[in-house]
Design a binder for this molecule. Structure first.
Ligand code: HEC
Length: 105
């Protein structure tokens, strides 16, 4: 019985996480991120999966990516800069930066 409850809880947590990821993708689409980025290949900006890979061992990656998204970024990936996104809320920045770090090619 305890085992079944455990499976139930794990499944629910997995579903909640999947829902969060879908919400993050929708937010990225609605925020125009996909006009310059794709998951697996470079467009104007680097692939989201390449960003996830580059920062996978950095403890504060999510916070620093949130800064990059909010204030813009230049010189980390090439010569093309990313413009600032001043209208994103703190919560949205947190969602987007945490999600980018999960993108697989
Ligand atoms: C106008 C094109 C453009 C748009 C729109 C854009 N990006 Fe970028 N993004 C870039 C470019 C170019 C870079 C590389 C900047 C550099 O070399 O530092 C980049 C870099 C990044 C990075 C890596 C920053 C770092 O510190 O290494 C993240 C994360 C990112 N973008 C997320 C997003 C998200 C999320 C959105 C939507 C809110 C978005 N981008 C919208 C062009 C864009």
């Amino acid at each position: 019985m305890r085992y079944l409850i455990f499976i139930g809880l794990t499944a629910a947590a997995g579903l909640a996480q999947a829902a969060d990821l879908n919400a993050a993708v929708d937010l990225a689409k609605a925020s125009g991120c996909y006009s310059c980025h794709a998951n697996a290949e470079k467009v104007v900006g680097p692939a989201f999966s390449a960003i996830a890979d580059k920062y996978k061992d950095e403890k504060d990656a999510a916070a620093s990516l949130a800064q990059s998204i909010q204030n813009g970024s230049k010189g980390k990936w090439g010569r093309i800069p990313m413009p600032a996104h001043p209208s994103l809320s703190a919560a949205d920045l947190k969602t987007l930066s945490a999600w980018v770090l999960t993108v697989k090619p």
